[in-house]
Design a protein around this ligand. Sequence first.
Ligand SMILES: *Cc1c(COP(=O)(O)O)cnc(C)c1O
Length: 389
Amino acid sequence: MDLDKLSRTTRLIRAGAKAEARLKTVSPPLQRGSTVLLPDARSLYERQDTYGRLGLSMQTALAEAIAELEGAKGARLFPSGLAASTGVLMALLKSGDDVLMVDCIYGPTRRFCDGLLKGYGIPTRYFPADAGPEAIMALAGPATRLIMLESPGSLTFEIQDIPAIAALARSRGIATAIDNTWGAGLLFDALGHGVDVSIQALTKYVGGHSDVFMGSAASNDPAILAKLDQYLRDVGVSVSPDDAYFMLRGLRTLDVRLERHGQNALAVAGWLADQPLVRRVLCPGLAGAPGHDLWKRDFKGLNGLFGVVLQPGPPAAVEAFIDALQLFGLGFSWGGFESLAIHCDPQLKYRPAKTDLGGPLVRLHVGLEDPADLIADLAQALAVYAPAR
Ligand SMILES: *Cc1c(COP(=O)(O)O)cnc(C)c1O
């Protein structure tokens, strides 16, 4: 059609829409769109990729990259890490099934299971994070369809024997899923260790800058991927191309950031372990820490997140310690370039299998700052804790 023959009004609607002659950039082109234009009438009903909600260039590129990260045949994207966990549960289970879940699972996932999921007729039973494969399997009944794991637990850092649990579950025809946010794909190869679905809050290390939400679920099982597709299509959740762009950008530096986070964490954790006001450091990379042997066997490295059990003190003293920190922000997240701290005891009381750690638990995320500065900050905060306890 000759644009010159049309009215100015119509020309303004069509102008600038030529697709050809785009320059090639390092990152894939970002398409924003709800409507997808199809070439002919037949394609309208014969093709699958006919609407922007199902994903455009950037979502496709990111999903491919996450599949690469997880060593998976395919990965699917969700608007948050929590939406990925709840989406996997909804996609794989139906009324009458039941789930076995590790007690140290991410708190909001547990809230979903005990509320909405239960209301749909799918009960969840929890097992202690240190339960062995046989003990877990002894809980399984004929309706058990899924075992959901998280290793290490992101507050208490228990490491589960994932290959043994996954192998035994598979022999009984039960699927396994893991919240692999700590492992971030690079530090723990969940699918390679036999798990069926690896879930990540990409919000944490893949995003890496504390400014974008997303989750993923990766699998090698075509039947599981098809169920995830059905869930995403029928429920109508999708991620924005701009968010996918930021995730892909973060992913490019994941490897080098994780290496630095791990080095910094080991320096800070090692220093803390020597402090008289510290009872225990729950950092799987430290010799003698809980789960250290399994971590050494199954993981490729360390990230910045670990727990610190202080010598006993009242809640007010713990708050004084947290408030004294200056380089550690107080915030419920991790995986960004910056250091964060929270005290955890108010969260632990929701767990049926109570963990007695012998003192108040603080969780640190060690960022990319100079560890010497972080250690100095912790030293002055411990000096505030001492007289307050
Ligand atoms: C943060 C987090 C989630 C949830 O991710 P969001 O993107 O914040 O919804 C899930 N699991 C773990 C272990 C997390 O730390």
